[in-house]
Ligand binder design. Structure first.
Ligand SMILES: [Zn+2]
Length: 280
C-alpha cells in the first residue's frame, strides 16, 4: 500500500518569535459566528511549551451549537517546533506489553464489528506504533501518518510505511478498511475536513475509530471539580468534544457511530467507532 500525498505549495517558514494564533472567525463545527470566551488557560506546564508560544490562551464556546474550541490555533510551522520537544521512541518490555494488550482490545473490537480480521489499516497519529504493530500481528496490512518526524523515522524499524502528513493530504478514495484517529480530531484546525477525508478514504464495510476526551463524561466533571483538569492546557489541542457533538459531526459528513467505549488509556477519554452511513 503506497501513500500518495497532495503537493503542498506553501514553503516552510524558518524563524519564529512568539507566534500569533490564527483566530477562528466561525465555529469549526456549525460555522456559527457567535461565540464567547469560556475559559482562559495557562499552558506553561505543558512539557512541549517553548519560547515561540504564548503560554496563555482562551477557549471559546459556540453560542449556536455549544461546541468548544480554542480562540486561535497555531500555524503548522510553530507546531513543528513544539513537536520537536516530544520525540517519540517505540516502547519495549513491560511498557510495550501493556500497550499491545490495550491495542489488541481495539483491533479485536473493530475486527468483530467488520466480521473479518484482515484488510488495510491506516493509523493517523500512530505515535510509538503499538496499535499498528498489533493490527499487523492480527493480519492487517498497516500504514501510518504522524505529524511528528521522530515517529515516522521509526516506522521502517517497526515494519510499516509511514509519512509526515495530515489525513486530508492523502489522495484517492476507498483505500482503507480501518482508519484510526487517536487524539487527532481534537488537534485539527477543521475537524469536519478531517472526518470528510476519513469518509472519502474508507472502503465500504470499513470502520473509522476515534479516541478523544469526552467533556460530558462524569470523569471529566470530577476532574473539573477537583481543579486538576489539564486537558484544557495541552498546547496542541484545538477542540474539545462531547459525545453528542462528535456524533453530530460524524453524521454531518456521512459516518454513522455504531460503538462507544470509555478509553483505557485516558481517564476522560471516549472511543467511538463509525461506519459509512451508506453501508447502513
Ligand atoms: Zn457551533
Amino acid at each position: 500500500m503506497k501513500i500518495q500525498l497532495v503537493q503542498d505549495p506553501t514553503p516552510a517558514s524558518t524563524s519564529h518569535p512568539v507566534a500569533e494564533r490564527t483566530r477562528y472567525s466561525a465555529c469549526p463545527l456549525c460555522e456559527g459566528q457567535s461565540f464567547a470566551t469560556l475559559k482562559e488557560v495557562d499552558g506553561s506546564q505543558d512539557p512541549l511549551m517553548g519560547p515561540e508560544v504564548d503560554p496563555s490562551w482562551s477557549w471559546n464556546g459556540c453560542e449556536t451549537c455549544g461546541h468548544i474550541f480554542v480562540d486561535g490555533y497555531l500555524q503548522e510551522s510553530v507546531l513543528e517546533q513544539v513537536r520537536t520537544r516530544g520525540a517519540l521512541v517505540p516502547s519495549s518490555g513491560a511498557e510495550f506489553a501493556a500497550k499491545r494488550q490495550a491495542a489488541a482490545a481495539v483491533v479485536h473490537r473493530i475486527s468483530s464489528m467488520r466480521g473479518c480480521i484482515d484488510g488495510v489499516w491506516l493509523d493517523v497519529g500512530f505515535g510509538s506504533g503499538e496499535l499498528l504493530c498489533t493490527a499487523n500481528e492480527f493480519g492487517y496490512d498497516v500504514v501510518g501518518l504522524d505529524m511528528r518526524e521522530s515517529a515516522v523515522l521509526h516506522a521502517p524499524d517497526l515494519g510499516f510505511e509511514a509519512a509526515v502528513a495530515p489525513l486530508e493530504a492523502l489522495e484517492g478514495k476507498e483505500l482503507y478498511d480501518v482508519i484510526s484517529l487517536s487524539n487527532v480530531l481534537d488537534q485539527t484546525v477543521s475537524p469536519l475536513e478531517t472526518l470528510k477525508a476519513a469518509c472519502r478514504l474508507l472502503r465500504s464495510g470499513g470502520v473509522v475509530f476515534i479516541a478523544t476526551p469526552n467533556l460530558d463524561s462524569r470523569a471529566w466533571h470530577q476532574q473539573e471539580t477537583s481543579g486538576q483538569n489539564s486537558e484544557w492546557s495541552e498546547i496542541e489541542r484545538t477542540q474539545l468534544f462531547s459525545r453528542e457533538h462528535l456524533y453530530w459531526a460524524m453524521r454531518r459528513v456521512g459516518l454513522e457511530p455504531c460503538d462507544y467505549m470509555s478509553s483505557p488509556s485516558s481517564p476522560v477519554g471516549m472511543e467511538v467507532c463509525a461506519t459509512l452511513a451508506s453501508d447502513g
